[in-house]
Design a protein around this ligand. Structure first.
Ligand code: G3I
Ligand code: 9MR
Ligand code: ZN
Length: 544
């Protein structure tokens, strides 16, 4: 079927703008809301690319800078509507941020701010420490991880870190209001983004044991059926501590200290104290303490094959927060471990610019961000900057291989492919700060265009954002309440692995970009998570 793919949300007034056709239009026109023609252009034939499986043509209309609502027409085919304006992503950013609020666990939701998405307090029972005969522990609060009700320390730490680094790099984010309850601080009110991040930081503090180590996760033994959060009353378990979780929270607490100290000094000091306590445990326990699910338990595992990047991040973040050279020296040692590691199970594969990784597993890139923020030309910074540059040029090459100018390759279409993309857009955003380059801008824009509908599924992967936004996330609370999903949720997206029953019933040999269906039970394609939303906050904050 002939289609015209566009960014269904819109384009910034003075930025790149393109439509992609899966046919060869003789010419194309753009109509405004009154059906008046405001632009005419000819498309350039790109040809067939392997990630979309389509024969594509590209229509550039960057020159059009009239604001308003528009659609593209060619050979009798119409695109979805989109807007052009400097504020076209403002609502999107607010919605993406508000999702963390709706995902709050415990008694964090109030009717005033959650409307139809309100649910009663949930998961307040104390959690049993799995395999130990000790008193159950209160670990209430924080955010549900995803479509499931688990709360996982590494995933949570990384999601908050994306938000907090966004704030460090793009101060304007502090002014964004997204309708959540007010939270007081020393000199008035906390900015919304910090009030929301604090919810998860408070929970992560509860996940720390007396000796400084951190439980990897708190979940029921098995995933709940599709019921409301308050109806999920099975016993909660704190599963083993891991050096992964301990290092990640040491890092995120140190990072949080650098921000909250300007708002609430006693809270900031508490964060630093807890971060140092976690770090002390890490130093006393130098061997990796990795994580495996308990026999028979099927909740998220978040496994990692080593803990070098986690320890690296912790050392970098503490160095940035304290200036103590001891942490820098630790970071140097961990950097060697990272560079020498040749595991194949690692998130971005071995030796591929690991100091740029921002995922839930490989987190060395977050360490690099802390070092960049310290603004010293030390050895690690120099190497990290080389890696960001090298990664940006690799991404540029990737984008030249397909008609969407998308910086991904076939290998990126794994579970959560939209996060693979968003991590790349974070890298390009940072690279633009280090060394501004027009071609990085173009790649960031194309990446966002892809996420918001300019893709061969013709689908916006953010709920309620675009005429053909996906509607059926793998998400328990809204499905159980039989209401539409709330706006601003990022779908995991196409995944060649097709790792669930619905996905595995899709036609075989689909091109990577089409390994997707908007089905509520397709959890390997269409779940949502906190750490798929959080990198979008970073990217939008950078763009706006
Ligand atoms: O790292 C390998 C790479 O080397 C290989 O080339 C590629 C191709 O198979 O796979 C990569 O591993 C992937 C891994 O994530 C690392 O990204 C696996 O295929 C993929 O199955 C795995 O998916 C993870 C999934 O859990 C299953 O473990 C997702 O990243 C992760 O986001 C997801 O997390 C779940 C939680 O467990 C539970 N809560 C919901 C959440 C989102 O679905
Ligand atoms: O709903 C679960 C989702 O959050 C996880 O990402 C996924 C993988 O851990 O598992 C989902 O739960 C499924 C379970 O693993 C198998 N039975 C069906 C469950 C979904 O209804
Ligand atoms: Zn809950």
């Amino acid at each position: 079927m002939k289609k015209i793919f566009v960014n269904q949300v819109g384009y910034l007034k003075n930025n790149h703008k393109k439509a992609v056709f899966n046919f060869k239009p003789s010419s194309f026109t753009i109509l405004d809301a009154n059906e008046n023609c405001v632009f005419e252009g000819t498309a350039t034939h790109f040809g067939k690319d392997s990630i979309s499986g389509e024969d594509l043509s590209i229509g550039d209309f960057s020159q059009l800078s009239t604001t308003g609502g528009f659609k593209v027409i060619a050979d009798g085919v119409e695109s979805h509507c989109f807007s052009i304006s400097d504020s076209c992503y403002d609502k999107l950013l607010k919605n993406v941020c508000k999702c963390f609020f709706y995902l709050r666990c415990g008694s964090g939701l109030c009717k005033e701010h959650s409307g139809i998405y309100y649910h009663k307090p949930c998961h307040l029972k104390k959690a049993s420490v799995y395999g130990e005969d000790v008193q159950p522990v209160d670990v209430s609060g924080g955010w549900h991880d995803a479509g499931d009700y688990g709360r996982y320390s590494t995933a949570g730490a990384v999601a908050v870190a994306h938000l907090l680094y966004s704030v460090r790099f793009f101060k304007d984010l502090l002014c964004v209001k997204f309708d959540i309850p007010e939270e007081k601080c020393d000199n008035g009110l906390l900015p919304d983004i910090l009030a929301e991040a604090k919810v998860e930081l408070n929970f992560l503090m509860k996940m720390q044991r007396e000796n400084g180590s951190v439980w990897h996760k708190v979940t029921t033994f098995s995933h709940a059926p599709f019921i409301r959060p308050e109806d999920d009353t099975e016993e909660l378990f704190l599963f083993d501590v891991s050096s992964l979780a301990t290092a990640d929270i040491a890092a995120v607490f140190a990072l949080a200290f650098t921000i909250y100290k300007d708002y609430d000094i006693s809270y900031a000091n508490l964060l630093l104290e807890r971060g140092l306590k976690a770090y002390k445990w890490l130093k006393e326990n130098p061997n990796p303490l990795l994580f495996k699910n308990a026999e028979g338990s099927n909740t998220g595992e978040y496994p990692e094959p080593e803990d070098y990047s986690n320890r690296f991040w912790a050392a970098c973040a503490l160095y940035e927060a304290t200036g103590n050279k001891e942490y820098y020296n630790d970071a140097l040692l961990q950097k060697e471990n990272i560079m020498n590691y040749d595991g194949t199970a690692s998130e971005q594969g071995a030796h591929r610019n690991p100091l740029t990784c921002f995922g839930w597993a490989d987190v060395a890139g977050l360490g690099s961000l802390s070092l960049f923020l310290r603004n010293e030309d030390n050895d690690i910074c120099l190497i990290a900057k080389e890696q960001f540059l090298s990664e940006a040029s690799r991404l540029k090459n990737n984008a030249a291989q397909n008609g969407f100018n998308l910086c991904m390759t076939k290998d990126d279409f794994i579970w959560g492919s939209n996060m693979e993309l968003l991590k790349y857009l974070m890298i390009l955003t940072i690279e633009n700060k280090i060394k501004p380059d027009e071609s990085n801008d173009a790649l960031i824009t194309s990446g966002l265009d892809y996420l918001l509908g300019c893709n061969s599924m013709d689908t916006s992967y953010v709920t309620s954002e675009g005429e053909n936004a996906f509607k059926n996330p793998h998400l328990r609370p809204t499905f159980a309440a039989n209401i539409p999903a709330w706006p601003g949720l990022v779908s995991g997206g196409p995944n060649l692995g097709l790792q669930d029953e619905i996905a595995s019933a899709l036609p075989k040999d689909l091109p990577p970009m089409k390994c997707y269906t908007d089905h509520v039970q397709a959890y390997s394609l269409n779940e949502i998570t906190i750490y798929w939303n959080s990198p979008l906050v970073f990217v939008l904050a950078g763009l706006i």
